[in-house]
Design a protein around this ligand. Sequence first.
Ligand code: F6R
Ligand code: MG
Ligand code: MG
Length: 369
Amino acid sequence: MAEEKITLSVIKADVGSYVGHVAVHPDLMEKARESLATARKEGLLVDYHVTRCGDDLELIMTHRRGEDDKDIHGLAWDTFLKCTALAKGLKLYGAGQDLLSDAFSGNVKGMGPGVAEMEFIERKSEPVIVFMADKTAPGAWNLPLYKIFADPFNTVGLVIDPSMHDGFDFVVLDTLKNTEITLHCPEEIYSLLIFLGTQGRYMVRRIYRRKDGEVAASASTQRLSLIAGKYVGKDDPVLIVRSQAGFPAVGEVLEAFCFPTLAEGWMRGSHYGPLMPVKFAQANPSRFDGPPRVIAAGFQLNDGKFVGPMDLFDDPSFDEARRKANEAADYLRRHGPFEPHRLPLEEMEYTTMPILMERLKDRFKPLEE
Ligand code: F6R
Ligand code: MG
Ligand code: MG
C-alpha cells in the first residue's frame, strides 16, 4: 500500500445558494455527502469531505485513479446535478449556475466546476492544506503562493532547510493565450513576478520541488467567464498545498495569508477587494457580497483517509489580518464605482458600456481643431 499513489481531488461548483449568493444550504451539503458516501462504499473513493466556502460547494476526495479520471469527475458532476435539483426545489438563488453543459463528456474541466488535483505517493506523514475561496478568482493565489514558495522573508525554510534550499518551479498559465510556462525559483523570480503581478491574466497552476520534482501545490485555474464566452458565474478558486518535511511548514504556508492581498472579485465580480482569511463558520461574504473570503482546511492523510479537517484560520493570530482586511474594505468602498476599486473595463463581469456607447454615440462630438 505504501508505494501506491493516492490522488487528492478538490472539485467545486456553485449550484445554487441562499440568501442570494452568500451560502450553500445545509440540505445541499447533506445531499453531496450522501452521494460521496455511496461512492466510498462502492470503492470508487477512498475517502471524502464535503464543505463550503460562501456559495461554493466543495467536494474534497481521495482515490487511486489518478488525475482527470472520468469516473471521479463524473461522480462530482452527478453530485452537482443532484444538488442542483434540490436547489431548484427550494427555489434557491442561481440553481445550477456553474453547470454550463447538459451532457457530461468525461472531464469537468471547461464545463464550469473548478478543479485542483494532485497525485503523489503518501509520505510517512502527509499534512495537506486545502484552501477554498469565494467572491474572487484564481489570480488571488498568486501573491500568497509567491510568498510561500519563493520569498525567504515568509518561508525561512528556503534559507535554513537543506531539503528546500534548491527552490521550487512555478508553472504559470496565460489564460489569454492558453499556454503555460515553467519558471525556476529563486533564479527567475524577477521574471516570475512580472507574470504573477498580472493576476487577471496569469495564474499559478502548479508548483514542484526542484530537488526531486515532487508536486507541492496545485490550483484550480478555470475561468468561467472565458469558458462561457460571457459571465455566468464566478471562478472562485481552490488550492491544494502539501506541507512539512521538505515542503513549507504549515505555519509558513499560513503566514502568507496574514497580509490580505487585494484580489479580483467581490460585488458582481467587478471589484478589487481584500482576501480575508476566516474560520469555516465565517465564510459568509455578506458585506457588498464580500469581501473575498478564504478558508483553510488542514488534513493528515492516513492511507488516503482524511484525518481532519482542522480549521486553520480559527486562530486569534489571524484577527489582525481580518481587521486589516476590513480597513482596506472600508477604504476601497469609499471609491464607489471608481477605479481602482472597480476593475478596469475589460476585467469586469458586468458592464453597461456597449449599450451606453450605442445609445450615446451621436452625442460624442469631435473636438474643433
Ligand atoms: C456572485 C457575486 C455577486 C453577484 C451579485 C449580483 O458570485 O459575486 O456579487 O454578482 O449579487 O447578482 P445577480 O446578477 O445574480 O443579481
Ligand atoms: Mg452564487
Ligand atoms: Mg462563489
